[in-house]
Design a protein around this ligand. Sequence first.
Ligand SMILES: NC(=O)c1ccc[n+]([C@@H]2O[C@H](COP(=O)([O-])OP(=O)(O)OC[C@H]3O[C@@H](n4cnc5c(N)ncnc54)[C@H](O)[C@@H]3O)[C@@H](O)[C@H]2O)c1
Length: 386
Amino acid sequence: MTQPLRAAIIGTGSVATLHARSLDRIDGVELVAVADVMPGRARAFADEHAAAAHAYDSLEHLFAAETVDVVHLCTPPGVHAPQAVAAFAHGAHVIAEKPPALSLSELQQMTDAAAAADRRFAVVFQQRTGSAADRVKRLLDSGAFGRALFATCNTLWYRDAEYYSVPWRGRWETEGGGTTLSHGIHQIDLLAYLLGDWRAASAQLWRQAREVETEDVSTATILFESGTVASVSTSVVSPRETSSIRIDTERATIEVDHLYGHAPKNWRITPASFVGEEEAAAWNFDDAAFEGGIVPSGHDALLGSVYASLFAGEPLPAVAAEPARALEIVTAFYASAREGGGRVERERVQGEAALRGTLEAPVVDNRGVDNRGVETRAVDNRAVGG
Ligand SMILES: NC(=O)c1ccc[n+]([C@@H]2O[C@H](COP(=O)([O-])OP(=O)(O)OC[C@H]3O[C@@H](n4cnc5c(N)ncnc54)[C@H](O)[C@@H]3O)[C@@H](O)[C@H]2O)c1
């Protein structure tokens, strides 16, 4: 029997729990070590999830003592790049939480280091996973729905002051961006996974209520190579939370409405009036339509398929490939905000060094003055809707 793969989790805060639970459900992998800079946190985490795992106070100390096959980066995004580069140098594969890095130049360092070490580099964009997204992607790619014409992509969440009291959140230097980079990127990634290459994007950033350096709302547009245009809204000031995508194609409207994960019951396809009953019935989301059972989106699905590819020695599956796509779109949004909201082409994002560094951009502050010191309309939007 082959040896199990030896996994380590770096950063044992909130999202690390999802990784530990998923690892527990995958045969052939063992959580052998964890690390966190907070004294006691790593040990307590190991005690809860894998009592035999060794606990360390840094990645460096962990590598000095352990041989590890796969490193899970569940740390804040500002340290993903140096930690991934160190892990590749150590000979490990890396599975990094979203956002993969604070900039495209950092992400390039990570993908270059993975290539140099001949290791795999997967990013956790788990909204791509699950039976329903897979089915919709196949149907879209097959042409069954005709051309996609218009889409909406809304990540309308609520994060209060306590959420932003964690020191790394809400700051350009450590979080890299605001809600667009940290939350909207999930749905943007799913939208682009479904619709393919993008051509250009534009955006504006707003600070409506939270005490953050970055934005708490953004309004944006993506133009895809196919000509599909998408309107993208992201917010952390929305009391009724939703994550939703709607794609209007020539032959149907495709919708998903969920919060942090979706199953077939969250999806709906409404055929255009001229589509025949028999064909429309074949697009259904009944349980019986999914041979082999239903897989909901989530860390289990993503990590399960990444490990399956590692066990088989195969390239990463499509749900874990192309780590740069969503970050490129988000980079275009921030670049557009820097340029007054105009259109930013994909070639510029891929080629111009100035766009591949920090995402920091002006945010229109509706609480008074924007971060360039320019007076804006002093509207207190906190009063609207309580
Ligand atoms: N995929 C998802 O659904 C999802 C959900 C939540 C968070 N995330 C992402 O996961 C990452 C972590 O988010 P979180 O909410 O778990 O944050 P968190 O603050 O709860 O946990 C981060 C942990 O990393 C530790 N840490 C910080 N710097 C470190 C370092 N240099 N070395 C080792 N440990 C270090 C902190 O002490 C903390 O325990 C972020 O990139 C976030 O965007 C993804």
